[in-house]
Ligand binder design. Sequence first.
Ligand code: N01
Length: 561
Amino acid sequence: MNHDTPTTGRPDVVVVGAGLAGLYALHRFRARGLTVRVIEAGPDIGGTWYWNAYPGARCDVESMDYSYSFSPELDQDWTWSELYPAQPEILRYIHHVADRFDLRRDITLDTRVESAAYDEERGRWSVGLSHGGTLDAQFVVFATGSLSAPLDPPFEGFETFGGEWYQTSRWPRHDVSFDGKRVAVVGTGSSGVQSIPVIAQAASEVTVFQRTPNFSIPARNRPLTADEVAARKSVYPQHRQAQRDSPSGVTVDVNPRSAHSYDADEAQAEMRRRWEFGGAPIFNVAFVDTMTDVAANTLLADFVRDRIRETVDDPATAELLVPTDHPIAAKRLCCDTNYFATYNQEHVRLVSVRENPIRRIVPQGVELADGTTYEVDTIVYAVGYDALSGALGRIDIRGRGGRRLDQVWRDSDGPTTYLGLGVHGFPNMFTVTGPGSPAVLAVMTVAIEQHVEWIDECLGYLAEHGLGVIEATDVAQKEWTDRVEEIVQGTVFPLATNSYYSGANVAGKWRRIPLWAAGQKSYRDICAEVARRGYEGFSLEPAPARATEPAGAVDVPVAGR
Ligand code: N01
């Protein structure tokens, strides 16, 4: 592993992040003959799947879909063990890919990209690293993830707590035992919903602090059988193509019928069938208009509300768990194993902190606004992320005129991008699954591959045409941002007012949903058309004459532990 390897000072491309996106970017760009240096802040590769090692962490997309499709041999050789892969298995897969494609030698670990500044005279990026070095690269590709900038515990006094505390988004590598412990869990998004049932298996007492209840669908996870693995492998190339041609990257049965075309019994049967099948991807496409028609959405939401009331024995607890403030799937639909049933256990209690919020953390535990204190041994924070743009905002990225990306996006009250791939004023910079693309609305592996391949082909085009600088135009960016906004306004997403999709979970952040909500297939087609038209909407220029001049001190940061 590259902890101690000096980086080269002048790679063609710096890739930021060694998660699923950064690793594939490295593989593609290197195959093109480019020199690439990947910089990873974490002590190992894997990105999100490195950090989210909390109990119960699992992907909510099926394993045989949530994996790279670029290598048919990889698809044949790797065998997933479960329908929904658990975090350790995904991480093993990522390591297998890194070894198989000899990726590690170009990755520097334990090193954070702290700044990236575009030098207009030389048409190159100066990338500042936490170990003090600076890389000088023609292109910079941010493969920094959509859900990778964790929020710290948002409570006064959290560092005064006398017991152990953990964040799901930064789970430690050492064994964490909940045996016989009184555990508090704060947060009931996907991370809370997944971890609470597992923590409850060991803890003597679990207290869940819930501000907003969430919809969740049973995953019905199970081991994959040898026959079903073989059946998929026999048609994997066709299946991968079908994923690319699908609205969200999974080949689930999208109902083409409106909820309004059903009578009540038929609608119940359709929803029941999907509920029994399991998993969020098939459930939120129960009707064609689930995400665009409030009545259709309410039908689906009410079905889940009834299932919650049916599952949870105590009626008062059940009512607390029933979501009422947002349409189903307008916030990310959770996917669980025994989540609601966990509240039927004697040692698990739910505390609503909606009216009576957490005031502070004290050495003994959690104190609410009314003065009630819950004494616990361990606190698990599952409080989410500064999503979509957060990881980019934490880096000092400066484009033309020294303008900071984060500030540009603040000034425009939200991220403005062209295709979620490029930003006006920031030439030769690309974002993978950036704001303005489908990002978290698509299966990440599918979205990542599409972006990386698009960027890779773009770099090839520039080289073939003797060009060295590419930049989104202001006009194309404005049109794209307006189009993204117009589409999202035609959906139920804006009705979820406290979602991380809109930045509402972070104080002072913009309020916009910078997600292409018309499906990854339509998005993919638009990106392909832009490329076919010679990168329409981007200005393309030859590299400046001074591009080959060295930029002062550029060399040799050493990445040590
Ligand atoms: O984060 P979240 P997450 N007091 O933002 C609560 C992906 N993911 O890590 O809703 C009390 O969803 C907050 O309450 P509220 C997936 O895309 C995928 O769980 O703001 N509570 C909420 O309940 C997912 O959507 C998988 O009122 C506070 C929770 O913390 C995304 O990551 C697994 C609070 C945060 O929920 C993020 O999920 C895990 C406060 N002051 C994650 N502040 C799978 O593949 C925040 N909260 C299955």
